[in-house]
Design a protein. Sequence first.
Length: 278
Amino acid sequence: MTTIISLTQIDDAAEAVRVRMQARPRVALVLGSGLNALADSVQDAEIIPVQEIPHWPLSTVFGHSGRLVSGELEGQVVFVLQGRVHYYEGYAMAQVTLPVRVMQRLGIEILIVTNAAGGINPEFIPGDLMLITDHLNLAGMAGLNPLIGPNLEDFGPRFPDMSQAYDRGLAERARRAASEAGITLREGVYAGLSGPSFETPADLRFLRVAGADAVGMSTVPEVTVARHGGMRVLGFSGISNKANLDGSTVTTHAEVIEAGRVITPKMESVIRGVLKSL
Ligand code: HPA
């Protein structure tokens, strides 16, 4: 059964955020596993615990704390979601993506999404930062698309275009910001799976021939809903581990969190550069 979130529920949640927040953000940031530190750099931060927002899905995973932080970063008014939820936690796709609907109701135009991902491209090493140029919506191909259900016409059309899911202009700003900061920015295609089990070596070889450079368990639903509602999207994967195409190593959540410590400063510096350029 598909769980549907109505426009009224979205508006209830958006109103609860609006009354607790002075800021009028234009840019939203979604922070992935182990990448939470950026929220602490926000100036004049207003913090809303997500438990206070009706219908908001609460994170159940270690490494995520559920808070909305708004304030200034590099001269931009930003809205930071710390602690996204994932489909594998048992939430419906409409719940996973409710935060993006609320952002759209708040008038936020730009979404910057980050995640931790396994590196499938053999040139990638743990600690690398990858600009997401496109994604493989594998969960969607298996019938798990967050737009399934009645179309919310207030946001966008029944059959939204996904030919430029990741905004080219924002990607160019990210390349420039990375280059100015002396940071190597990898680029590639992110494959979005449901998780929570990591991939088998056969899964990973399949993803490689399908054109994936990185693999993870988030982001694609949020980006799908963001594009439906007309937001411009910029995405980054922090490569936390080398995907194990030959079965010779194991992947653990601990290494994902540990790599976040190396990736966070790079991610922060590139995101700051992009915000400054807007
Ligand atoms: N696979 C899926 N998701 C991930 C991985 C991985 O290897 N690393 C971090 N998130």
